[in-house]
Write a protein that binds this ligand. Sequence first.
Ligand code: NAP
Length: 248
Amino acid sequence: MFDLKGKTALVTGGSRGIGRAICEALAAQGAHVVVNYVRGEDNARAVVSAIEAAGGTAEIAGFDVSNMGVAEEHVSAVAKRLGKLDILVANAGIAQDGLLLRLKEADIDQTLAVNVKGALGCAKAAVKSMMRSKGGRIIFVSSVVAEMGNAGQTVYAASKAALLGITKSLAREYASRSITVNAIAPGFIETDMTNALPEAARTELCRAIPLGRIGAAAEIAAAAVYLASEEAAYVTGQTLRVNGGMYV
Ligand code: NAP
């Protein structure tokens, strides 16, 4: 089950956290993985080394998804170089938290540029390649806050909710081309993004999670492997919530 041998995959923001776990999990199932990053080249190289040490294949591709044109060009170049792109995981994301009254327009623009326009640019190029190869998988990494909301995360939540609308629309747009489009909505997951939380906030957070703990990046990666697989061929336009029951 979930055999990805012969498949090519690109994971944006694959150099750390959830993206890294997704890269390793897709490679473990046999996919050749392209690890995208924006600043962390050493981290991206470390992901490739870990994948190779485990018997898989991978390569790095550094580019900033926040520039839609640049993102499109790079994804197209990856697809051309590899001959096809079977799986896109649009995972790169940033959170610039703050109450609306304190948010600056530049912060809002940057969050939307990375989280929404970046995902759209990558998806646009991926769709072009997937239409040529008559099928593919697009997976957007959204968030539990897209559906729940969270004080202090208005813009981040908006960007992640946008991905759910994009998922449903693209699923309808490209179903006839055998391209499935789904989203994963993680709850709170142990990564650099959440490590900054003070211990008291983490304890408080765990009280709001029925399973009583913060999730592991590998638990999100497992969902990505499923959605990328042949076994998920009849699943499109859906949001797979992996959140310990935090939002049901
Ligand atoms: P993270 O540890 O902060 O890692 C972010 C990744 O995105 C890094 O690989 C980073 O690359 C990359 N990135 C950031 N800006 C980029 C850009 N402009 N172009 C290309 N790559 C860029 O984040 P994470 O916690 O793993 O989160 C991954 C995704 O899951 C995000 O979309 C996030 O919103 C979502 N999510 C996370 C949680 C959570 O609890 N952690 C919960 C729900 C949803 P560099 O290493 O080069 O900086």
